[in-house]
Design a protein around this ligand. Sequence first.
Ligand code: 5GP
Length: 138
Amino acid sequence: MSAYDDQNIFAKILRGEIPSFKVYEDDETFCFMDIMPRSDGHCLVIPKTPCRNLLDATPAQLAACMTTVNKVANACMKAFDADGISLQQFSEAAGGQEVFHLHFHIHPRHEGVPMRPAGTMGDMDVIKAHAAAIAAAL
Ligand code: 5GP
């Protein structure tokens, strides 16, 4: 497995070098919106410390991320009146990973509504409003 590269896009978001729609943060984790949302409210939870993916994550990084995932997932249930949550994590290119800083995808889900295909840029005004709705539900 390759070493962690601090030029990845999420490391740049953490350093404030590129903008993001923040949902939540604490000392150890940051949650922000995915700009190519596969569901309304699709957001990402990442550790603030360097970590490539599930395979090199420490127990402390995983515990911190899961604590935030739990909080944000419940806020998403409320904010979107959702029926459930899909949680995704991809590790290494063969596992579907494209950005090599550990992240967990949170998808609010509604009965009978499939997730959209990956890779389509969302409407930034809508994504911003969704970030605010999740933050308000926290
Ligand atoms: P992966 O396949 O690595 O699990 O997912 C990477 C995710 O990052 C994708 O869902 C993609 O839409 C999202 N993404 C890629 N570039 C950016 C970006 O610049 N900002 C944000 N907020 N999300 C991004």
